[in-house]
Design a protein around this ligand. Structure first.
Ligand SMILES: Nc1ncnc2c1ncn2[C@@H]1O[C@H](COP(=O)(O)OP(=O)(O)OP(=O)(O)O)[C@@H](O)[C@H]1O
Ligand SMILES: [Mg+2]
Length: 446
């Protein structure tokens, strides 16, 4: 992409409505525009990152054997009456009437709809286990929408639902989700810590939230500092192996880590004092096992193979896809702007032409652009007729992890400059070497 032809409405002034850095930078970098309270349009740069995050979520869901579907955003109130949640859900639910006076709602979550799909089509234990998921817009009429996409009213969420014959199988599905979530967040450059949580209106006993540590997080968290040393890394896990998934759950949840909702001071005090940490965190996902709560209420039964019919055991599992943009920025920025992890960056590298219109500089930039593109990478070429300072300022704000700077002086010596956004370190090297370096960095990522 050439910047002169892109739509990147970078703001010069600091937006006053933004209270936290991720909201401010998303507005300043031209990623989102508020449409109304807690509802945003996604501008090209923001939309690109949203898609990157969504793709990682899809890939990791598929790797875990989960199957993508798409359910509607508008649902009938009748289904929610069957589960008893239509009245229970309260004011967060946006209720709508169609022209025939029928009561509808904008989906805040989709346990009822997916259970309705299941009961219509699945009748035998032979079709289990089954996990269906979607990535879809949700609406919750939050009392206080704030912090940009962090607490929106309309937000993009991955919601997945497992159906299993037995409690034991459903708990395996729970563990499998925990493993796949660890992989998912790490690919985005994030450490998200599973913490024992409270189940809220979804219901159920077993539940963990995934929290990204950040001072601006809305949850207070208490944990054993050893937990931040745990890395999932590139382990290969067989998702059908119950013991292997359970071992990962044990490893990542055996140390104390709880949110304020479930915090137990007496238990926490058993952690050696030097390892006790109190901090704030951003909830980027949650997993639940809730047994037969919905299958009982809605009659989702299967033949158990022994002549009887039994309600299926279920759980639901969410990832806050749009909130993740805010969480990643909170975890990765400096005073000049965003610093995208390679896994989610909107463009793989920036190319800054220090002397637009200089035949040699223009040709060198174009050659870099073509070579990177041919390798399947997406560079953003700042070909505007602007001062170097302005171009660097834009690149720093939008946070591409790598920048290649091209100017007539360097070209005389056969070199360009490769700069890391994260460390600020620069290195002069021939254009071909810069390309090879960028290609190596993104090997296995892009
Ligand atoms: N208003 C929102 N705006 C953006 N993302 C949200 C919002 N509400 C929930 N999410 C994301 O969706 C994920 C799954 O939804 P879940 O039902 O667990 O939310 P929740 O526990 O009600 O969230 P919170 O406690 O932050 O209100 C959450 O972990 C979070 O990342
Ligand atoms: Mg939650």
């Amino acid at each position: 992409m050439r910047l002169s032809r892109y739509f990147l409405p970078v703001l010069k002034e600091t937006p006053r409505e933004a209270q936290i850095v991720s909201h401010r930078y998303m507005l300043q970098a031209g990623m989102i525009k508020q449409a109304s309270a807690g509802i945003y349009s996604w501008l090209p740069l923001g939309f690109k990152v949203l898609r990157k995050i969504e793709n990682i979520v899809h890939q990791e869901q598929e790797r875990a054997g989960h199957i993508a579907i798409q359910m509607p955003t508008i649902q009938s109130a009748d289904l929610w009456r069957e589960s008893g949640r239509y009245d229970a859900y309260g004011e967060e639910m946006l209720r709508i009437k169609d022209r025939g006076g029928r009561e509808m709602l904008f989906t805040p979550t989709a346990e009822e709809l997916v259970t309705d799909i299941f009961r219509a089509h699945v009748t035998s234990y032979k079709d289990l286990p089954l996990t269906l998921y979607q990535i879809q817009w949700k609406f919750r009429d939050e009392v206080r929408p704030r912090f940009g996409v962090m607490r929106g009213r309309e937000f993009y969420m991955k919601d997945g639902y497992n159906f299993d014959l037995t409690k034991e199988d459903a708990l395996h599905a729970y563990n499998r989700h925990l493993v796949s979530y660890l992989r998912t967040y790490e690919r985005m450059g994030l450490q998200a810590i599973p913490m024992r949580a409270d189940s809220g209106p979804i219901g159920g006993d077993d539940t963990h939230e995934f929290l990204v540590l950040a001072d601006t997080g809305e949850s207070e968290v208490f944990y054993d500092s050893q937990i931040t040393d745990l890395k999932f890394g590139d382990r290969q896990i067989d998702y059908s192996d119950h013991a292997a998934c359970a071992a990962v759950l044990d490893e990542f949840t055996s140390r104390y880590a709880r949110t304020d909702e479930t915090h137990d001071a007496a238990l926490f005090n058993q952690v050696p004092e030097e390892r006790r940490r109190t901090a704030r965190g951003i909830e980027v996902g949650q997993i639940f096992y809730f047994g037969t709560k919905y299958s009982d209420a809605m009659g989702a039964l299967v033949d158990d193979g022994k002549g009887g019919k039994v309600p299926v055991h279920m759980g639901s599992h969410g990832i806050g896809v749009s909130r993740l943009l805010g969480a990643i920025i909170e975890a990765s920025h400096d005073d000049k702007g965003i610093i995208w992890p390679e896994g989610v960056t909107p463009f793989h590298c920036g190319i800054v032409n220090l002397k637009q219109g200089d035949a040699e500089a223009d040709a060198a930039c174009q050659a870099l652009y073509d070579s990177l593109t041919a390798l399947g990478l997406e560079p953003l070429y700042d070909d505007r007729d602007e001062r170097a300072g302005t171009k660097f300022g834009t690149m720093d704000m939008i946070g591409l992890p790598w920048r290649i700077t091209v100017g007539p002086r360097g070209l005389k010596n056969g070199v360009v400059e490769l700069t890391s956004r994260r460390t600020g370190e620069s290195e002069e090297l021939p254009p071909a070497d810069a390309i090879a370096r960028i290609a190596a960095i993104y090997q296995g990522i892009a």
